[in-house]
Design a protein around this ligand. Structure first.
Ligand SMILES: Cc1cc2nc3c(=O)[nH]c(=O)nc-3n(C[C@H](O)[C@H](O)[C@H](O)COP(=O)(O)OP(=O)(O)OC[C@H]3O[C@@H](n4cnc5c(N)ncnc54)[C@H](O)[C@@H]3O)c2cc1C
Length: 492
């Protein structure tokens, strides 16, 4: 597939080439934390031609236990726009129906996406894929390296780190992004609070094998004073989570399979013959969000910026969307292509903070309904279940939010009716939109033979823009799509 570009003078291809007055630094962007968020972000930035260093305090090891296991449709679309989705989808298990509280069935095949399903795949598979891509793009990895503090001035950020031998190390960057998880050292170094509440304690989790195959999988069921959740990994292993109101103990209290079996029997009426647990854990869950995702030249993304319960399986997915939103903005600013760099960098917070807040609310709502205790809340749960099962617009809205397909950003001034909306993966003369987005640049779609002009506010050098042509000659509109797949501007 070809990715033709407009014919204006190409912009310089590296930050170094466009920043002759830039201060001397060790790297353009220092990313702290090699979880899924940091890996996607670092890979995007390196693919855009920037110098990127990724520090991670863990040694380089391959995990075989997973926290996240659900990849939603919008995340798969982001992976598709980087040429990464096919391998992941081939290795995972597709789930096309979510069953909530025994009755409300959400049909994912209705999603208006090539990926009209949820993909069950372990978080370590996602990380491995993103790590390979980041390495291939030239990210400099430094494992066993921990951020201890940072300071910034008008032009640079200086990170204080310790290396593998514990020796102190200093790295200077143009920008720094904290993707260092829920106990973020970057967030602490910025002096930011992480306000919120603890929503549930004594949640128990196990990855097990079953002797009886459940009729419905990906199911949440609440009964009496407990609830349970079950999902298949697709390779014979199942993830089970459960909660029992009468057993509220500290995370450090031991947990065994009998405790989880008992909860499952209460919630599902059977424990499906669970055995051979490879991982059992007791944990609690908080709902917290940083008040700002940007302080000067430093940004927060992923769990460092927001955390919530695993209900809805959205933590990793939301962090990956943060990364996709921030990477092209940082690249445009560092390549000197943004007419208003401050406004573009601020738009990361103004677009992603409300999404983080919405995810806290929606995952919190699912969890609270599952924990329903009092008759009024149980009545709300049965009403919600009925409405979800019978009212298409409501279930479409819920599906859109959980899958990320329904998320859009506030329209940009002068961006037209579609600005801020997710651009569907339309077929163009040159290929699908997501295939054109694999160049990591803006895509300008217009009719054949026309010479669409970039709006002056577009934060991209004309020579980088990929040109797309409508297949239908009757379509006359010009649409400029951002590298993260949202409409920047649409003209009739
Ligand atoms: C039981 C459970 C189930 C879940 N299920 C799902 C699901 O189905 N779907 C979903 O989307 N999400 C799910 N999540 C949430 C998901 O796991 C997280 O949201 C995701 O891992 C966040 O990614 P991240 O890259 O932002 O942070 P992390 O994955 O936490 O990565 C942060 C990295 O930073 C490193 N680090 C920390 N401090 C420093 C430092 N000072 N210096 C250098 N490195 C540092 C850490 O070692 C780590 O590697 C689940 C979570 C749990 C607990």
């Amino acid at each position: 597939m070809s990715t033709p570009r407009t014919t204006h003078t190409p912009a310089a291809t590296t930050a170094a080439a466009t920043t002759t007055t830039a201060p001397r630094t060790d790297t353009d962007v220092l990313v702290v934390g090699a979880g899924p968020t940091g890996l996607l972000l670092a890979g995007d930035l390196a693919a855009a031609g920037l110098r990127v260093t990724l520090v991670e305090r863990r040694p380089r090891t391959r995990a075989n236990l997973t926290r996240a296991f659900a990849v939603h449709a919008r995340t798969l679309e982001q992976f598709d726009a980087r040429g990464l989705a096919d391998d992941l989808v081939a290795a995972g298990t597709r789930v096309t129906r979510l069953l909530l509280f025994g009755h409300a069935s959400l049909d994912l095949t209705r999603l208006p996406s090539r990926y009209n399903h949820l993909l069950v795949t372990p978080q370590y598979e996602v990380e491995e894929l993103l790590e390979k891509r980041a390495e291939g793009a030239g990210v400099a990895f430094r494992h066993e390296t921990e951020l201890r503090g940072l300071r910034q001035d008008a032009d640079t950020v200086t990170a204080e780190l310790t290396g593998p031998d514990g020796a102190p190390l200093t790295l200077r960057a143009r920008h720094l992004v904290g993707t260092d998880g829920v106990r973020s050292a970057v967030r602490s170094a910025l002096g930011l609070p992480f306000p919120g509440v603890s929503v549930i304690r004594s949640l128990v989790l196990a990855d097990v094998r079953l002797t009886e195959e459940p009729a419905a999988t990906f199911t949440v069921q609440g009964k009496g004073d407990s609830f349970a959740f079950m999902a298949p990994f697709g390779d014979g292993w199942y993830r089970v989570m459960g909660w029992d109101r009468s057993r509220q103990v500290a995370d450090t209290e031991p947990v065994d399979l009998d405790e989880i079996r008992a909860i499952a029997r209460r919630a599902f009426g059977t424990d499906y013959g669970m055995h051979d647990a490879r991982w059992i854990s007791r944990f609690h869950s908080d709902e917290r969000q940083a008040p700002t995702y940007r302080v000067g030249r430093v940004f927060l993304a992923g769990d460092a910026a927001h955390v919530h319960s695993p209900a809805g399986g959205q933590g990793m997915n939301t962090g990956l969307q943060d990364a996709a939103n921030l990477s092209w903005k940082l690249a445009a600013v560092l390549r000197g292509e943004a007419p208003d760099p401050e406004a573009l960098l601020d738009s990361y917070h103004s677009e992603r903070h409300p999404v983080g807040a919405m995810v806290l609310r929606s995952s919190g709502a699912i969890l609270r309904l599952a924990m329903a205790h009092t008759p009024p809340v149980r009545a709300v749960r049965s009403l919600a279940t009925r409405v979800l099962s019978t009212t298409n617009p409501v279930s479409s809205r819920v599906l859109g939010r959980i899958s990320g397909i329904g998320i859009s950003y506030a329209p940009a001034p002068g961006g037209g009716r579609l600005s801020g909306r997710r651009a569907p993966d339309v077929r163009l003369r040159e290929g699908r939109l997501h295939e054109l987005l694999r160049a990591g640049e803006f895509v300008l779609i217009g009719p054949e033979g026309a010479s669409p002009v970039l709006p002056p506010a577009a934060p991209v050098a004309p020579g980088r823009v990929v040109r797309g042509t409508w297949r239908d000659p009757a379509r006359r509109a010009t649409v400029l799509v951002r590298p993260d797949g949202y409409v920047f501007r649409a003209d009739r």
